[in-house]
Write a protein that binds this ligand. Structure first.
Ligand SMILES: [Zn+2]
Length: 345
């Protein structure tokens, strides 16, 4: 548990749990499918990627709490205490890789919920919640990785947020910048992402028939992003403009003010959005190159620290095959070092 003494008050930032991560991605997928906007901070500014998200607005938090209450009956698996699947109690899917571990317990849902659910863990440690809805008019997915702006190096504020932007700008398999956005646009979909204190979440929606290809393209973000020099230079401008926009927002200003109350040396003080000054100008004076720092940070993107939630109209068996095919190639292990160990006592 992290405790921050701030002017005599003890603040307790939300403690990381894998259950909370799964809940977060499930909420996002549901919000996309249900057409619910959780927060005005999720907006397309440039190239489809979004913002460093500090949850400053009371209204936004209230909306989220209400929605979480609604989801309590929909996603009890996500809300329950983390229940890691152990090999001894695993139910291996007969037709799939024997190394995929399917959550053995019942996933509770409301009586009126006709969707089918399956939770599983891939051999690389990535956890997935699959939702099959035969009546779905759109498909969606969200992936959350336990790397946020708490993981920014002190000398490069905003790096995790910058990394979030850069993943949209080409991978080894799909080198063309923004090709994912174009693919989704051609299939009636959209994409976005946000960087929080301890997690970064990416998500998309599209027409149901495009889910398999969308998952393939989406998963490449987390395998082999290019971080091209030209992309780095250009995206710095996008970050700069996002920061300029945030500075006009009372919510962001209040959030940054509150952060300044945190104890010296605690990552809660970090400037999560970053800008050209923090990501390029100041680091360059110390001989630090942004691209090198991106490559270092991306090493934290371990599948063992990721949760993905996928919803489509296809059967669970099909969804599982697609998730295995797309996400098994992400580097990772179930014993991945949790970045939180860097700041938790
Ligand atoms: Zn952004």
């Amino acid at each position: 548990m992290v405790r921050i003494k701030a002017h005599g008050t003890v603040l307790q930032p939300a403690r990381y749990s894998r259950g909370n991560k799964m809940l977060a991605v499930a909420i996002l997928v549901s919000s996309v499918v249900l057409g619910i906007t959780l927060t005005s901070s999720h907006h397309n500014l440039h190239g489809g990627s979004c913002t460093s998200f500090a949850e400053p607005a009371v209204v936004q938090n209230r909306t989220r709490r209400q929605f979480i209450g609604h989801l309590h009956s929909v996603f009890p698996f996500a809300l329950s205490k983390p229940q890691p699947c152990r090999a001894g109690e695993a139910i291996a899917s007969a037709s799939k890789s024997v190394d995929t571990v399917v959550f053995p317990g019942a996933i509770l849902k409301s009586l009126s919920d006709t969707r089918q659910y399956r939770a599983l863990t891939l051999p690389n440690g990535l956890r997935a919640l699959l939702i099959s809805d035969a009546d779905a008019t759109t498909c969606a997915a969200a992936l959350s990785v336990h790397v946020g702006f708490y993981s920014d190096p002190d000398q490069v504020p905003g790096l995790a947020h910058f990394c979030e932007h850069m993943l949209f700008l080409g991978t080894r398999e799909y080198p063309e910048e923004n090709s994912f956005k174009r693919f989704l646009s051609a299939n009636g979909g959209s994409q976005n992402a946000f960087t929080g204190e301890t997690d970064t979440t990416y998500f998309f929606d599209a027409s149901p028939g495009s889910l398999q290809e969308a998952l393939k393209r989406f998963s490449s973000f987390f395998k082999d992003p290019l971080f091209t020099e030209s992309g780095v230079e250009r995206e710095l401008n996008a970050i700069e403009s996002e920061d300029a926009k945030n500075r006009q927002s009372d919510g962001f200003r209040i959030s940054q003010l509150i952060k300044s109350f945190a104890a010296d040396g605690h990552p809660q003080r970090h400037f999560g959005t970053g800008n050209r000054q923090t990501l390029l100008v100041e680091p360059s004076k110390r001989g630090i190159r942004p691209r090198d720092e991106l490559l270092k940070l991306f090493k934290l993107y371990n599948a063992g620290l990721m949760s993905v939630c996928v919803i489509g109209r296809d059967p669970l068996e099909t969804l599982q095959t697609w998730v295995e095919d797309s996400f098994s190639g992400i580097h990772g292990s179930s014993d991945a070092v949790n970045p939180a160990s860097l700041w938790q006592g």
